[in-house]
Design a protein around this ligand. Structure first.
Ligand SMILES: N[C@@H](CCC(=O)N[C@@H](CS)C(=O)NCC(=O)O)C(=O)O
Length: 217
């Protein structure tokens, strides 16, 4: 049995969405987004105490991009994935891993707005800078989608799942208003039943606001 170790509204939602798209049998172990991720039992699964972690084939793997590659190789090499030798292999890898370029900024902003417990710890400079850097990521996605409906010319793939989930998190800190093509693509891919199935219950949300504006310095 495949087991996904998951915290709602974090990068592990990317693996959850992908597992639903793949229509494989799996179970989910939900963890609170707190210090319990540093407990020895969890560290034995993910050595830096991060989600996602995925138990599969008698191993426990971590790193979202690696999990995406492995799951696609196993279950959908030419559907959601693109195998070595496929003409779109390089672009598929680029966009699957571009999700991390987006998510690093959302992670920094989540720390600023949600994780830090005292206002004196927050930095308006970091908030503004990280939100601006998300805008640059949106520019790159907007440009890519200007000539195609999905990140790959041939259609929907795990690249859309990866970047789409990264944009799902990023929207809490940078709206899509200035990026109409990106906004239309986001609406299209998040209407998919597999995305809807990966959304958290209201009680399990990490973000309790719809949007977190950067503070003015
Ligand atoms: N590059 C890693 C990053 C994993 C990561 O940092 N995940 C965050 C959630 S989005 C986490 O587990 N944070 C918990 C912590 O930092 O304590 C991946 O893509 O899997």
């Amino acid at each position: 049995m495949i087991t996904l170790h998951h915290c709602p509204q974090t990068r592990s939602m990317r693996s959850l969405w992908l597992l639903h798209e793949l229509e494989v049998e799996f179970q989910v172990q939900v963890h609170p987004f707190d210090k319990s991720l540093r407990a020895p039992e969890f560290l034995s699964r993910s050595p830096a105490g991060r989600v996602p972690a995925l138990e599969i084939d008698s191993h426990c793997m971590f790193e979202t991009g690696a999990i995406t590659q492995y799951l696609c190789e196993q279950f959908s090499p030419e559907g959601l994935g693109r195998s070595p030798g496929s003409p779109e292999r390089m672009e598929w890898l680029v966009w699957v891993h571009f999700a991390e370029t987006v998510s690093q900024h959302s992670a920094a902003l989540t720390q600023q707005h949600v994780a830090l417990y005292d206002d004196s710890m927050r930095s308006p400079t970091v908030m503004k800078l990280e939100a601006a850097r998300l805008g640059k990521c949106y520019d790159a996605i907007e440009a890519r989608l200007s000539e195609r409906d999905y990140l790959l010319t041939s259609g929907f793939s795990a690249a859309d799942v990866s970047v789409g989930q990264a944009v799902y998190m990023a929207r809490y800190f940078r709206k899509l208003d200035d990026h109409p093509t990106l906004a239309r693509w986001f609406e299209r891919i998040t209407n998919r039943p597999a995305f809807q199935a990966s959304l958290p219950d209201a009680s399990a949300r990490l973000y309790d606001q719809d949007f977190y504006p950067a503070w003015e310095a």
